[in-house]
Unconditional design. Sequence first.
Length: 331
Amino acid sequence: MSFKKSLLFVSLCVLLLGLAVGAEAAPKYKMKYAGVGSDTHPNAKAAEELAKFLAEKSNGEMELTIFRNAQLGGDRQAAEGMQIGTIEMGVIGSSVLMSFEPKIGVFDFPFLFKTEAAAYKALDGEVGDTIRQNLLKKGLRILAYGTNGYRHMTNSRNPIYTPDDLKGLKIRTMENPIFVETFKLMGASPTPMSFGELFTALQQKTVDAQENPILLIYTSKLYEVQKYISKTGHVYAVAPLVMSERYFKSLPKEYQEIMLEAGKFFERRQRELMHENEDAFEQAMKAAGIEVNELTPEQKDAFIAVCEPVYEQFEEKVGKELLELAKRAND
């Protein structure tokens, strides 16, 4: 065999070997992650780390592609996609999940958790476990309970110190009956709409106000079309990482174990990132000119008092026993 032929043969072998290795290394399990927030939000940052975690743990056989800014639709569309198996996972707001499993609405009751520690106690205990088991029956598996911190109000009219300051204020709320009724009781005019429509609605003055955690107000640049942030802390925002149960069951046992481990990893990192960023984001918004006001305990008590009827109205929907269990997390 001539030198040229030998060289050609060796080159061909190397090429075929490379193609074989490439084929072997190609991911077997490709997944889509759906999120409504921007790439600067801790949820997105945690998702990026999750993708790396899955790739490393599976030796490259699991690949997670991140879709942000509602590229795959809003939270409701993502959850429906998970039920039918067209979307594998994503962070879904608890308020949207309420339409699939009413009991998760327990987290949306106003002023339920007095401290973040109480919220974590409920999420990581029997309350969280009960909701997780119920959602499984709807084809949705909660892999992790991420959180976004307390929800606060923003508006373009005036600072909010009392329920009277909300009179006649058009405020965007999530498409959730507990939220709608809460803001009616406070004296506002609630306007349910999807998050994807919110920035434009504020910009065009379709609504005057909205309510969200500091993380989302900053990373979605809502402060650019608002003047005031009032730290009412009316709800502690829960942001579960949800997976399609249909897809989970399709995975071999060893890969299911990796997914469960990945859920614990995401939960820890998302909460860490939330704490690391919350204060910095608030300071950045202050520097940009937005006015931030705190409520005194007495001022907050006035809001708590007007919201009391919400508990009686919705306790049967989420389950009185579960609601009482969540309240005991404050003890």
